[in-house]
Design a protein around this ligand. Structure first.
Ligand SMILES: [Zn+2]
Length: 394
């Protein structure tokens, strides 16, 4: 593609990842980003619709545990409500201990088998083991004043519980501070978490070409985790689709294509995805194939895609489009918005940067996910490939 399209891509990238910046679902910035999408897509002569839903606007506050002779810094779990409570510190390391405990008014330190992995949020539809729900239900029943969990990683704060629907405030402690905390078990402590929850709303943005009939769907989520400008995750995918929409003004499509901008991939309960699953995907037979774009354009990384249920008769054309645009075929992975289509037996492609999986927690979900990680020409490789596929397969 010509230099002109790099300029268009950069315009959208800067607006999303710099001018708007962090845009967690339900926030003012998230609503600004949705309004930007509506404006841009309308200007590209697409039929634009929004799918609104209720959600939280969550603000992180500081968190600390105060004991008689020490203060231990904590980090508020994402989506936690506020807490300012004094009580005995109770250490609980097994399900049996949790079942037999009396916790009302206490500050609980959960660890051991209870915090071996992230617990699925109560209302998360797509993956929700009964064992996770049992732990959360027991905690809500026993009503401790607050919960502390060890981070899931040694070099940063990754919470076991991230759930805006969970009623008990939660904070995370760094792994190297765990011995000091265990030492305090039984003493009276004060847990302070300054985070706030506010009722808000968000919306998916859908845009289609005017034609009727079976369609291809290209998707990208535009929300971010709470503390990141989300350049790679996922201003790149959003800007790629906006660039395509402008490109189609100059080189019109003859077939039916829909662009779906999901809102909620990085929010605890995936509200936009769930709403879309329950509405549009109740009629999956209208959809010929789908492609999701998330995390493309990483500097010094190949661009890749994984195919799910891709029809045998389309394979040669797909390989050719990959080849012409330098796209590498990847092994399928199960996390991400592409799974909405896979679950409905729709032929699906998931595009990303091959190297992204190594930096998800260390870079992508942090404040370091900025535009200097993005190489625009690599994003345009995917844009070109998607344009070719749309012209081939609809
Ligand atoms: Zn993402």
């Amino acid at each position: 593609m010509l230099l002109q399209w790099e300029g268009v891509l950069l315009k959208h990238l800067r607006e999303l990842a710099v001018n708007i910046g962090r845009r967690p679902t339900g926030s003012w910035n998230n609503q600004r980003a949705a309004a930007y999408l509506v404006d841009q897509l309308t200007a590209s002569n697409l039929e634009v619709a929004q799918q609104p839903f209720p959600c939280l606007d969550w603000h992180r506050g500081e968190a600390v545990l105060v004991a008689p002779e020490t203060k231990i810094p904590l980090r508020s779990a994402d989506y936690s409500g506020p807490c300012d409570a004094k009580g005995p510190l109770v250490s609980i390391g097994t399900l049996t201990a949790l079942q037999e405990s009396c916790l009302r008014g206490s500050i609980v330190f959960l660890h051991g088998s209870l915090t071996a992995e992230a617990l699925s949020p109560k209302n998360f539809r797509f993956y929700n083991p009964a064992a996770h729900q049992e732990i959360l239900a027991l905690l809500e029943e026993k009503q401790p004043a607050g919960i502390i969990t060890p981070s899931l990683q040694s070099d940063q704060y990754i919470s076991v519980i991230e759930d805006g629907d969970f009623s008990i405030p939660c904070a995370v402690i760094a792994l190297d501070a765990v011995p000091a905390l265990l030492h305090l078990a039984g003493s009276s402590v004060r847990l302070f978490i300054g985070s706030r929850r506010r009722a808000s709303h968000g919306s998916n943005v859908l845009a289609k070409t005017g034609r009727q009939g079976p369609r291809a769907i290209l998707t990208a989520h535009f929300d971010t985790k709470p503390d990141t400008p989300g350049a790679l995750d996922n201003a790149v995918g959003t800007a790629a689709l906006l660039t395509l929409a402008e490109y189609w003004q100059e080189r019109p499509l003859t077939d039916s294509v829909e662009l779906v901008f999901f809102n909620g991939e990085d929010y605890f309960s995936n509200p936009g995805e769930t709403l879309y699953f329950d509405t549009v995907l109740q009629r999956p037979h209208d959809i010929r194939w789908a492609a999701n774009v998330d995390g493309i354009g990483l500097r010094e990384s190949s661009q890749g895609a994984a195919a799910f249920g891709w029809p045998a008769q389309w394979k040669t054309d797909l390989e050719q489009a990959y080849h012409q645009n330098g796209i590498v075929a990847m092994e399928p992975w199960q996390q991400g918005d592409h799974m909405l289509y896979v679950l409905n037996d729709i032929p699906t492609l998931a595009f990303t940067s091959v190297g992204i999986f190594d930096i998800v927690d260390s870079v992508v979900h942090t404040a370091d996910d900025t535009l200097d990680l993005v190489e625009p020409t690599k994003v345009l490789q995917v844009v070109r490939c998607l344009d070719e596929l749309v012209r081939k397969f609809v």
